[in-house]
Design a protein around this ligand. Sequence first.
Ligand code: PGA
Length: 245
Amino acid sequence: MRKPIIAGNWKMFKLISDAVAAATALKPLVANANHCEVVIAPPFTALKAVADRLEGSNIHVSAQDLAPEIKHGAHTGEVCGDMIKDAGCSHVIIGHSERRAMYGDTDAVVNRKIRAALHFGLTPIVCIGETLDERDAGNAEKVVATQLAQSLAELTASEVIRIVLAYEPVWAIGTGRTATPEQAQQMHAFIRQWIAQQFDATAASDLRILYGGSVKPENISDLMRAADIDGALVGGASLEAESFS
Ligand code: PGA
């Protein structure tokens, strides 16, 4: 039985005081949400303050990225996985399409970041997904399979079980244009089958695959009904405690 995850990606929003206020507001709203794991990903500057505020609660804190290096060193601007853990995080988002498009996170970089996260005992939430052009050209599954093959290269089945995947079609992120539950389910089933072929059946059946892209209170129920959708990675609708809860 896969326990669903509802994760909120706050992206580059909220000063420390706003982040702590949002976390404080969220805490009682999800206090009884034992049927799923709740994760929020504030910006780096707010991680420690938010994690301190949520200590002892059922809300997990995630970073939005991490350095691919596992040793401290001269890497200006980078944040090492153990620093993220030290700030109170248990999860880290890796390979979000915004990082792939704007900051050069290739599948090879994503692979190194996944290894770094696993090394430090963080749960990686690994994002994959095709652009609209790729979908329109009929290449969505091919693109996703390539991202999976390169991002998960040379990992073992027992490592893959420790990962959470997030299928986020780029055309659905921040656009208000959600994939239909059928479109999402089709890709999630494809991903699970791909994992079964490349790793093993247990990894495939245990792996949690989240959907992301314009998830909001109005469409979450239909998405969650799909057999292979194990939760959501929510951007815009996670910024406000009420809509996220
Ligand atoms: P959105 O973002 O919910 O605002 O579309 C999702 C994401 O980028 O993870």
